[in-house]
Design a protein around this ligand. Structure first.
Ligand code: DAK
Length: 258
């Protein structure tokens, strides 16, 4: 499929989704959100890791498109919100690992897009923040909730109430990003992490992702029950048999995701 505002590239089992509208610092307008939704929906079972990044030199995504939002009618705003929620929920529901490569401004909806991924690596140039209150609104693509889960209530409130932009080093200090890389090494780092992931059993990774996500909002007993069920469900899979057989035969496992 031909896209206007994004690129979806496949390199073996790793797909890279680039939000690519540099003239507007990759801001999310209606068309871009539609394309993100279509791209995520198009991923087949041959894709096992998704990297999300921004096109151009300056931005990951500078937020929802303010110029487009400013003139929305109430019903258009509802459609825009529903589309955004659909696209973000779809991204978050992927069973494969998703890595945000934040290469510049990740503000508002852009920061929320990164937060909807499993984890974030940032370039030294990255600036992250949720400036929505300065526009008279609050984050609307899950930012208040996901940021709070990522960095805790007080930090999340500080960032949301002040609308402050923080640099990559500060974002790492508070646990919002995992690592800070030189700009030219950011994607290579994400790909090297993807390569490590690809050596492991895809069914097990999908299951681990599910129990981590579902368990995070439960008490420990209930969460551990989920883990136990997930562990047991993997027995009988070809991946489980192959993983353990390969270990005993002292060779690398060849996983099929079955
Ligand atoms: N929207 C539209 N255009 C944008 C943009 C944005 N968010 N950010 C930048 N641009 C455009 C600029 O207007 C400019 O366009 P031209 O003037 O060249 O035509 C071009 O990108 C380059 O930007 P600047 O000239 O401003 O570049 P600077 O380096 O000087 O500044 C900046 C970079 C990132 C600091 C600055 O552009 C900036 O402050 N941008 C806005 C950042 C922001 O406030 N982002 C949050 C947007 S609000 C919802 C769900 C979610 C949301 C809303 C509703 N519902 C569920 C209902 C989310 C809201 C947001 O994300």
């Amino acid at each position: 499929m031909a896209y206007e505002n994004i690129r979806l590239e496949h390199d073996g089992a790793v797909a890279t989704l680039t939000i690519d509208r540099p003239k507007a610092l990759n801001a999310l307008n209606n068309k871009t959100l539609q394309e993100i939704e279509a791209a995520v929906r198009s991923l087949g079972s041959d894709t096992r890791v998704l990297i999300v990044t921004g096109g151009g030199e300056k931005a990951f995504v500078a937020g929802a498109d303010i110029a487009e939002m400013a003139s929305l009618s109430e019903s258009q705003a509802q459609e825009f919100a529903a589309l955004g929620h659909r696209a973000f929920a779809l991204l978050e529901s992927l069973t494969i690992p998703t890595i945000a490569a934040v290469n510049g401004f990740a503000l508002g909806g852009g920061c929320e897009l990164a937060l909807a991924c499993d984890f974030i690596y940032a370039s030294e140039k990255a600036q992250l923040g949720l400036p929505e209150v300065g526009l008279g609104v609050i984050p609307g693509f899950g930012g208040t909730q996901r940021l709070t889960r990522a960095v805790g209530r007080a930090r999340a409130k500080e960032l949301v109430f002040t609308g402050a932009r923080i640099d990559a080093a500060k974002a790492k200090e508070i646990g919002l990003v995992l690592e800070v890389l030189p700009a030219e090494g950011l994607l290579a780092h994400c790909r090297s992490v993807a390569a490590k992931i690809l050596k492991n059993g895809p069914l097990a990774i999908g299951k681990a992702k599910r129990v981590i996500e579902q368990g995070a909002d439960k008490d420990l007993t209930e969460a551990n029950t989920l883990e136990r069920q997930g562990f047991a469900e993997l027995f009988g899979s070809e991946d489980q048999r192959e993983g353990m057989k390969a270990f005993l035969e002292k060779r690398p496992a060849v996983f099929t995701g079955k």
